[in-house]
Design a protein around this ligand. Structure first.
Ligand code: CA
Length: 241
């Protein structure tokens, strides 16, 4: 495929009544749209390097959460949006823990889905540099964030963060010591027009804490502010910038 080929979206959905109008709508927006009706087909289409995957959790040949985990392992930078037909929160939570970036509960309205897709793809573009100046790296104690390279290090060791985890950490660290509301975080990291549930945020904060802890950073630096949001507490004496 040439570098100038349009953005590829992979839809994984076994229900034709959903898949047919959805692929039509996505192609109508000029996305190069692939449609897999089984997990096996989805895993083959990974080779097409989709920028975004819409993933139904109820598939005939493999549990959707397990498929999500495998897709995430093969495509670390691809946005995965779970389409959950199951009302149970636990499936959504499992999907997010398995590496999904976002979810929509069926039935959803097509314009809402298309808006969400656009927002995700827009955020996937490289961060624009202000007047040719790359954003300065941030150092807080043992934590080092290079915004231009999108690299997070703890004591010189790179922490493998997914795109949304990196953006979330960057948003918190940029306001170190200050409370940041849930709505502001949702707007900055996910979608400016966000009005939906914010469980996605909590899931990303817990995986961020887990990953930072694995690399020896104190996970409690990300402080939960009940009914408000989060705050990143820098270690004493360290300065941002
Ligand atoms: Ca299904």
């Amino acid at each position: 495929m040439s570098a100038s080929s349009p953005t590829t979206i992979l839809l994984v959905e076994d229900d034709e009544a959903i898949g047919r109008p959805l692929t039509g709508a996505l192609r109508g927006q000029s996305y190069d749209t692939l449609w897999a009706v089984t997990a096996a087909e989805a895993l083959e289409l990974v080779e097409e390097s989709p920028a975004l995957i819409l993933l139904d959790l109820g598939l005939p040949d493999l549990d959707g959460v397990e498929l999500c985990r495998r897709l995430r392992a093969q495509l670390p930078a691809t946005v995965i949006v779970v389409l959950s037909g199951r009302a149970e929160d636990v499936d959504v939570v499992l999907g997010l823990e398995a590496g999904a970036d976002d979810y929509l509960t069926k039935p959803f309205r097509l314009p809402v889905l298309l808006a969400r897709v656009r927002a995700h793809l827009r955020r996937q573009l490289p961060v624009p540099e202000t007047a040719g100046q790359p954003a300065p790296p941030i150092r807080l104690g043992s934590l080092h964030l290079d915004l231009g390279a999108r690299r997070c290090e703890v004591d010189g060791q790179e922490v493998p963060l997914r795109p949304k985890e990196f953006e979330l950490l960057a948003a918190l660290v940029a306001e170190a010591g200050q409370a940041v509301s849930r709505q502001e975080l949702m707007a900055r990291v996910w979608d400016a027009q966000w009005t939906g549930p914010t469980k996605t945020l909590d899931m990303h904060v817990s995986s961020l804490r887990r990953k930072l802890a694995e690399y020896g950073e104190d996970p409690q630096r990300i402080v939960t502010l009940r009914s408000f949001g989060y705050r990143y507490d820098a270690p004493n004496g360290s300065l941002a910038g």
